[in-house]
Design a protein around this ligand. Structure first.
Ligand code: URA
Length: 263
């Protein structure tokens, strides 16, 4: 294989990730190709057995979330949506943020990753997932052959909460119509939900990320006439703090790769 062979690059990325995560010896006698297409399909729950959450109730006329929804609905392209967000003054987070962090990657890729909210570096650069957890995420995705040309990445909240605190429910409710519209406008075939907050906001489920990660769930997106398959995963910031969870994260990456290969 040549050094610039994509299969070689992917294999080396996967190996580097395993080394970085502490795998320093092979336990089996035989190598196991976890990316082999012959793997049995992941059983999917039958349609109807999956809880498709109802769309958020329509907010009261004139409330801030309803104004957000009206503004988002009027955007006919992702660029117009970005401009609408840039002009949206009702979310207090924009006052303390340096930049709007809208999205990065390929809007045509068919795969959208949704994180939580920008951190300090994202706020400085105006691009999602460019700090430590973003770099880890990039390495994880490289190990299954994905770079930012292969997905679109965005956040639940497009402005950095001060001091990296968790966004409040009210802030999430205010920003969600823009994210839903972003999904409608870019029509991804699959979503990846990074962390508990994105998982709760998009699936509507109050089950924890530990229960939900690694299993595809169909989600209803207001404005889309069909449910979208979404895969909750641990947030990379959690993986930086909790090395023991990396084994599960690796399994989830394989789950994602298989689904993309089967699509
Ligand atoms: N964490 C997130 O959830 N999003 C970012 O953009 C960066 C870190």
């Amino acid at each position: 294989m040549m050094r610039d062979d994509p299969a070689m690059i992917q294999a080396l990325s996967a190996l580097r990730l395993q080394l970085e995560w502490g795998a320093d010896e092979a336990l089996g006698e035989q190598p196991l190709n976890r990316l082999a297409p012959a793997a049995p399909p992941i059983p999917m729950p039958p349609a109807g057995a999956v809880a498709v959450p109802a769309p958020d109730p329509v907010p009261a006329r004139g409330s801030a979330p309803s104004r957000a929804a009206a503004l988002a609905a009027a955007a006919a392209t992702p660029e117009a949506l970005r401009a609408a967000l840039a002009g949206f003054e009702e979310c207090a987070l924009r006052a303390t943020a340096t930049n709007l962090v809208f999205a990065d990657g390929n809007p045509q890729a068919g795969l959208m990753l949704i994180g939580e909210a920008p951190g300090a570096e994202e706020d400085r650069e105006g691009r999602p997932f460019v700090g430590r957890s973003g770099q880890l995420l990039d390495r994880m995705l490289a190990s299954i052959g994905l770079d930012r040309s292969g997905f679109l990445i965005t956040n639940l909240i497009p402005w950095r909460p001060p001091g990296n605190r968790n966004p409040t429910d009210a802030e999430v409710a205010l920003c969600l119509p823009f994210l839903f519209r972003h999904i409608v406008l870019t029509r991804p075939r699959h979503l990846v939900l990074l962390g508990a907050l994105a998982t709760k906001a998009i699936t509507g489920s109050s089950r924890g990320i530990r229960q939900m990660r690694g299993r595809w769930v169909d989600v209803a997106i207001p404005g889309l006439d069909h449910p979208l398959p979404a895969l909750p995963m641990f947030h990379p910031a959690y993986l930086l703090r909790t090395p023991g969870a990396k084994r599960d994260a690796w399994a989830d990456l394989i789950t994602l790769r298989r689904r993309l290969d089967a699509a």
